[in-house]
Design a protein around this ligand. Structure first.
Ligand code: FES
Length: 352
């Protein structure tokens, strides 16, 4: 007959004096130690059917964790990044984020809940009192720890309850896949994308404030206007990515005041278009001094001369602002005649 058939064999031997227990007060120990209360056995300790039910519950939780991890991966692969879903009371949120978060939460919760239920119902819950001991472990203590560990492993019945063991290993082995699959978001490498913007020949210069294409007559001498390429809308998924490279400013200078020959050729009746992204570390330039034609970056005070090819005249910026070549189309609107001929923003990208 095994100990399973007779759970009483597993019960702790009655001890008249539990370790550390002091039953009566004396001079050295003026407070009596009541000792541990009588141990109450759980139903799983005495009923193998109940133990089996707990085993199946734990296995179910680990299995649900595995399914949730598979659901996490399936959600990542199948749900579009733009798909939204209504969730009360939050409102409309990203379906992908909702699915990933829910699956990840369930996978983690079920592993935790399975472990807790296993410990509470099937592992030994025998109360033990132990003496306080010095922090430094003696060889005897180490030997005792190892013996306790082996005893714990034996009592957890990891070897005997193969269903729990296998499903737990399955849940723990599958769960890291959630993190591995997210590594896909690190790629692909940017390639030459940072060298180009969405400006191209024929794209109209659209006022960023009014969202209207501009005619030369809209640009007054001394004014500073921020423009974006035609077709780039704020609600576009990649708006922030694209405008971070394509943001452009235009000013009008008397053609006689333009010192740089190429700048004059790339302008239209004194209207010049320059990248709005500072070549130092990429802040948006926003301050224009109309008498000197200087623009100032508010971050570290780099100053560029828009009447002289966007040359740096002060500050830490490494090189001139890239100029956009512009003209006018048949309908009289300002248009780009191509992309910037060099990477916009910090000089860092030129070294790539
Ligand atoms: S980012 Fe413009 S000066 Fe530093």
């Amino acid at each position: 007959m095994s100990s399973q058939d007779n759970p009483e064999e597993n019960l702790p031997a009655e001890q008249e004096h539990a370790p550390g227990a002091v039953t009566v007060a004396d001079e050295k120990n003026p407070f009596a130690d009541p000792g541990l209360p009588p141990h109450e056995h759980r139903v799983q300790d005495i009923d193998e059917q109940a133990a089996k039910r707990s085993e199946r519950t734990v296995a179910l939780l680990f299995t649900v964790s595995m399914l949730a991890t598979v659901g996490f991966i399936a959600s990542y692969v199948t749900i579009g990044i733009d798909t939204s879903v209504y969730v009360w009371p939050i409102g409309h949120i990203s379906a992908l984020n909702f699915a990933l978060g829910t699956c990840l939460g369930i996978a983690l919760f079920c592993i935790g809940a399975g472990a807790v239920h296993w410990a509470r119902t099937l592992m030994s819950d025998e109360e033990i009192a132990d003496e306080r001991h010095p922090i430094e472990a003696t060889p005897e203590v180490k030997a005792k720890v190892m013996a306790d560990f082996k005893q714990g492993a034996k009592e957890s019945a990891l070897g005997r309850r193969k269903l729990i063991r296998n499903t737990m290993f399955g849940a723990l082995a599958l769960f890291p896949l959630s993190g591995v699959i997210l590594l896909r978001d690190l790629g692909p490498l940017p390639g030459t994308k940072l060298r180009h913007t969405i400006w191209s020949k024929g794209k109209l210069l659209v006022n960023m404030n009014t969202n209207e294409p501009l005619r030369p007559s809209d640009i007054q001498v001394g004014s500073l206007t921020f423009v974006k390429p035609e077709g780039l809308e704020e609600h576009d998924h990649d708006f922030q990515t694209e405008i971070a490279k394509a943001a452009t400013m235009i000013v009008r200078i008397q053609p006689d005041n333009i010192k740089d020959k190429q700048e004059l050729e790339w302008s239209y009746q004194g209207i010049v278009a320059y990248s709005k992204i500072c070549t130092h570390v990429g802040c948006p330039i926003s301050l224009y001094e109309q008498q000197t034609h200087h623009v100032l970056c508010p971050c570290h005070q780099s100053t560029f001369d828009l009447s002289d090819g966007g040359r740096v005249i002060f500050g830490p910026a490494g090189h001139a602002l890239p100029q956009l070549r512009i003209g006018v189309n048949d309908e009289g609107y300002l248009e780009a005649l191509g992309d910037f001929e060099e990477p916009v923003g910090p000089a860092f990208w030129e070294r790539g």
